[in-house]
Design a protein around this ligand. Structure first.
Ligand SMILES: Cc1ncc(COP(=O)(O)O)c(C=O)c1O
Length: 458
C-alpha cells in the first residue's frame, strides 16, 4: 500500500469508526424492533463498542453485559479468533451463491456442527436467524411426512408462552398473545399445549421444578382430539427465554419424547437460546438427555457477530428427501444467504473459541455459583419467583397495579444507568444470560447492581 493509499485507508476507518461510536444526529428513521420507540428516543441507551464481558456506551461508560447481547454472544465480545476469521473471509470471498453452486466453508462448518449435535442429527440446513430456522423446520417436518406418503400429517402443535420468532409459522405455533393478536389468524391447523409455568407450586425452584410432569399428557389430549394421523410435529423450547424463562418440570421433556415416538410425531426442539453452551452442553437436548428429530438454532452459532441460523435434521428426515431422481431438487426451500461465507467463517471461529476455552463446561462449573447469587435476591421487594438453570436466570416481580411490566422496566433502566448493567425484561420478568466467560466477580456485580435496582424500583 502506498503512503497515499494508507492515509486514505486510515481516513476511511476513522470515518466509519466515528459514525459507529458517536451519538447519531437523528433517531427518527430507524423503526426499532420490539421497542417502545417514542420512550426510547426520548432517553436513548446507545452502545458503541464491546470487548469481553463489557460494552461501552456512546458516553464512554462501561456496561457489564448480563445478557450476552440478546442471548447470543456466548463467548463474550470481540473475540480475537472470530474477528480475524471474519476479516480474512471478507477479503477472500465476500459472497457465493448456494443454489446449485457453493463454496468450501458451508460444508466444513456443517461437518463441524454435526459433530456437536446429539444422536443422528447429522444434517444441517442453514438460515439467517432463529425465525427462519423455525419456519424452515416446520416446513421440512410437513414435507417429510409427504415425502414418505403421509401427506395428511400437516397439523403443528406449539405451546402456550412459546416463542419461536416472528415469521407467520413461528407466531402461529408461538404462544405469546402480543406477538399473535395483531397479525390475523396465522397458519391453519395449529394447536397449543398448555405451558408449564406454575409459580403456585414451583416458586423459587433451584434448577428443574419439581411439579408439572403431568402437563406433558396434554399432548395425549391433542392426539385424542385431532388424531395422530393429522399431526406433523410438536415444537417446544427446552427452556423458553422470551416468555420470561420457563424451565421444564422434571421428566417433562422425556415424556413429550415418548408420546411423539408412540404416534410418529416429529419432535422439534427450538434451541435458539439453549444451544451452544448456555446450559452447560452443546445443546439442551444433551443436557436433558432427550434427542429430538429436529433442532433449530441461531444466535450463539456465530457468537452473535454475523446473522446465521441452522436447522439440524435426523438422518431419517434428511434421507426421506433423497428418494427421487438425482437431478431433481430435493427441497424447494432456501435463502439467498443460507450458508453465507462470512457467517460460516464467524461460526467456525466461534466453535473453535468455545472448544479452546471449554466454555460449555465452564457454564456448568459456574452454575452453582450463579444459582446461589440469583437466589440471594429472594426477599427483596416484590420478588415473587426466581428461576435458574445453566447460566440462565429470571427474577419475576409482582406487577404494579394497572401497569404490568412497568416495575421490571424501571429496574432495567435503573440497572443500566446507575449500576452499569445490561439486563433484559419481558413483562415483569428480569431475564439474565451472561456470556459463558463470566467470572465470579462479574456474577457478584450482576446481583449487587440488581439488588440496588430492585430496591429503587419498589
Ligand atoms: C426460542 C427462540 N426461537 C426463535 C427466536 C427468533 O430468533 P431471531 O430473533 O434470530 O429470528 C428466538 C429469539 O429470541 C428464540 O428465543
Amino acid at each position: 500500500m502506498s503512503a497515499d493509499d494508507l492515509s486514505s485507508h486510515r481516513a476511511l476507518a476513522d470515518h466509519y469508526g466515528q459514525l459507529a461510536t458517536q451519538a447519531p444526529t437523528s433517531l427518527d428513521a430507524f423503526w426499532m424492533p420490539f421497542s417502545a420507540n417514542r420512550q426510547f428516543k426520548a432517553a436513548p441507551r446507545l452502545l458503541a463498542s464491546a470487548s469481553g464481558m463489557y460494552y461501552k456506551d456512546v458516553e464512554g461508560r462501561e456496561i457489564l453485559d448480563a445478557t450476552a447481547g440478546l442471548w447470543c454472544c456466548n463467548a463474550g465480545h470481540a473475540r480475537p479468533r472470530i474477528v480475524e476469521a471474519v476479516r480474512k473471509q471478507i477479503e477472500t470471498l465476500d459472497f457465493a451463491p448456494n443454489f446449485q453452486m457453493s463454496s468450501p466453508l458451508p460444508f466444513v462448518l456443517a461437518e463441524r456442527l454435526a459433530e456437536l449435535t446429539p444422536g443422528n442429527l447429522n444434517h444441517v440446513f442453514f438460515t439467517n436467524s432463529g425465525s427462519e430456522s423455525v419456519d424452515s423446520a416446520l416446513k421440512i417436518a410437513i414435507a417429510y411426512h409427504r415425502a414418505r406418503g403421509e401427506g395428511q400429517r400437516t397439523r403443528l402443535i406449539g405451546r402456550e408462552k412459546g416463542y419461536h420468532g416472528v415469521g407467520f409459522g413461528g407466531i402461529s405455533v408461538g404462544g405469546l398473545p402480543n406477538n399473535r393478536k395483531w397479525f390475523g389468524p396465522g397458519l391453519p391447523g395449529v394447536d397449543h399445549l398448555r405451558h408449564t409455568l406454575d409459580i403456585g407450586r414451583n416458586a423459587f425452584s433451584k434448577g428443574l421444578p419439581e411439579y408439572g410432569i403431568e402437563l406433558a399428557e396434554d399432548l395425549e389430549r391433542m392426539v385424542a382430539l385431532h388424531d395422530a394421523s393429522t399431526i406433523a410435529a410438536v415444537i417446544i423450547e427446552p427452556i423458553s427465554g422470551s416468555a420470561g424463562v420457563v424451565i421444564p418440570p422434571q421428566g417433562y421433556l422425556q415424556r413429550i419424547r415418548e408420546i411423539c415416538d408412540k404416534y410418529g410425531i416429529v419432535l422439534i426442539f427450538d434451541e435458539v437460546i439453549t444451544g451452544f453452551g448456555r446450559i452447560g452442553d452443546a445443546f439442551g437436548a444433551q443436557r436433558f438427555g432427550v434427542t429430538p428429530d429436529i433442532i433449530t438454532a441461531a444466535k450463539g452459532i456465530t457468537n452473535g457477530c454475523i446473522p446465521m441460523g441452522a436447522v439440524f435434521l435426523s438422518d431419517a428426515i434428511h434421507d426421506a428427501f433423497m428418494q427421487g431422481p438425482d437431478n431433481a431438487i430435493d427441497l424447494f426451500h432456501g435463502y439467498t444467504y443460507s450458508g453465507h461465507p462470512m457467517a460460516c467463517a464467524a461460526a467456525l471461529a466461534t466453535l473453535d473459541t468455545y472448544a479452546e476455552e471449554n466454555l460449555f463446561q465452564r457454564a456448568r462449573d459456574l452454575e452453582g455459583y450463579w444459582q446461589s447469587g440469583i437466589h440471594s435476591l429472594r426477599g427483596l421487594p416484590n420478588v415473587i419467583d426466581i428461576r435458574n438453570y445453566g447460566l440462565i436466570g429470571a427474577i419475576e416481580l409482582a406487577p404494579r397495579p394497572g401497569a404490568p411490566g412497568a416495575r421490571a422496566y424501571d429496574a432495567f433502566v435503573h440497572a443500566f444507568h446507575h449500576g452499569g448493567l445490561l439486563t433484559r425484561v419481558t413483562g415483569d420478568v428480569i431475564a439474565l444470560s451472561p456470556p459463558l466467560i463470566a467470572e465470579k466477580k462479574h456474577i457478584d456485580r450482576i446481583f449487587e447492581a440488581l439488588a440496588d435496582a430492585l430496591r429503587a424500583s419498589a
